[in-house]
Design a protein around this ligand. Structure first.
Ligand SMILES: [Zn+2]
Length: 133
């Protein structure tokens, strides 16, 4: 049985703390992956260099904005000859590289955008603006 506190937290994250305020919620997390893979050579590494907070917008919860703050590790690649000396760990289930929102929020926004375009297409068909000359 899963011991995860919040079942909607991406699988590669562990929640350390939830900080609620009246208008938003901050979920403090860290990666569940012990030895992330170097993006340059695929070699696992747990040699910590430093860390930084990465803030991701997430799906709202009960009318509150949600921000996931992940403490991302920078790691050293120990494989000789690898061009990637230092790399930041990836969060494949949570968000893509350089993303500023979680994958599930991005997916929802993508589908809303596609639905909007589909509706625009229907409006254009009804108005006859797509008929040839
Ligand atoms: Zn490497």
């Amino acid at each position: 049985m899963s011991k995860r506190l919040l079942p909607l937290v991406p699988a590669d994250l562990v929640v350390d703390q939830v900080l609620p305020t009246p208008d938003h919620l901050t979920v403090m997390c860290r990666s569940r992956i012990a030895a992330p893979l170097c993006p340059g050579c695929g070699h696992p590494s747990s040699r910590r260099h430093s860390s930084y907070p990465r803030r991701l917008a997430d799906l709202p919860w009960q009318g509150r904005r949600v921000q996931v703050e992940v403490q991302v590790r920078r790691l050293r690649c120990g494989r000789p000859g690898c061009a990637q000396c230092i790399f930041a760990e990836r969060l494949p289930a949570a968000a893509g590289p350089y993303a500023q929102r979680t994958a599930r929020l991005g997916s929802l926004q993508h589908h809303i955008g596609l639905g909007s375009v589909k509706n625009l297409g229907q409006v254009a068909c009804l108005s006859g603006s797509d008929r040839p000359g």
